[in-house]
Design a protein around this ligand. Structure first.
Ligand code: HEM
Length: 115
């Protein structure tokens, strides 16, 4: 069974000794990989504790890269991303996010009662 984490939780793992990223709503512990990254550690540190889907896809990582990433998966994101700058798609799940304890429900499609 895979664990689930909220964006809030993930955001606390943003240092080089403890580094998580989100990619396509899954959570990855990339601490060990940091040193080995051909693109350097900075770019990953930059995404630490945050969503890296766009930057990761933008550079067109190889299949190998995707496999490495898959091996680092530690769980899934519940409740969606905290915020998105662009490409947000207002149609996402749940409008109010942040620290709501019901975030898990939103992920399962239940949604919040919006008044
Ligand atoms: C932990 C997740 C990541 C993994 C497993 C990963 C893996 C890899 C691998 C295997 C390569 C070699 C080329 C290839 O096979 O495609 C690579 C290159 C690269 N990666 Fe990542 N990457 C990750 C995250 C990122 C992120 C978030 C960025 C942000 C921009 C990034 C930027 C780059 C760049 C710029 C290169 C090209 C380096 C060069 O050719 O000089 N990577 N990455």
């Amino acid at each position: 069974m895979s664990k689930t984490f909220t964006a809030e939780e993930v955001s606390q793992h943003n240092t080089r000794d403890d580094l998580w990223i989100i990619y396509n709503n899954k959570v990855y512990d990339v601490t060990q990989y940091l040193d080995e990254h051909p693109g350097g550690e900075e770019v990953i540190l930059d995404c630490g504790g945050d969503d890296s889907t766009e930057p990761f896809d933008d550079i067109g990582h190889s299949e190998d890269a995707h496999e490495i990433l898959a091996g680092l998966c530690i769980g899934e994101l519940s409740g969606g991303l905290k915020k998105k700058t662009k490409d947000a798609g207002a149609s996402g799940s749940g409008s109010s996010d942040s620290t709501l304890p019901l975030a898990g429900l939103a992920a399962s499609g239940v949604g919040f009662p919006t008044q």
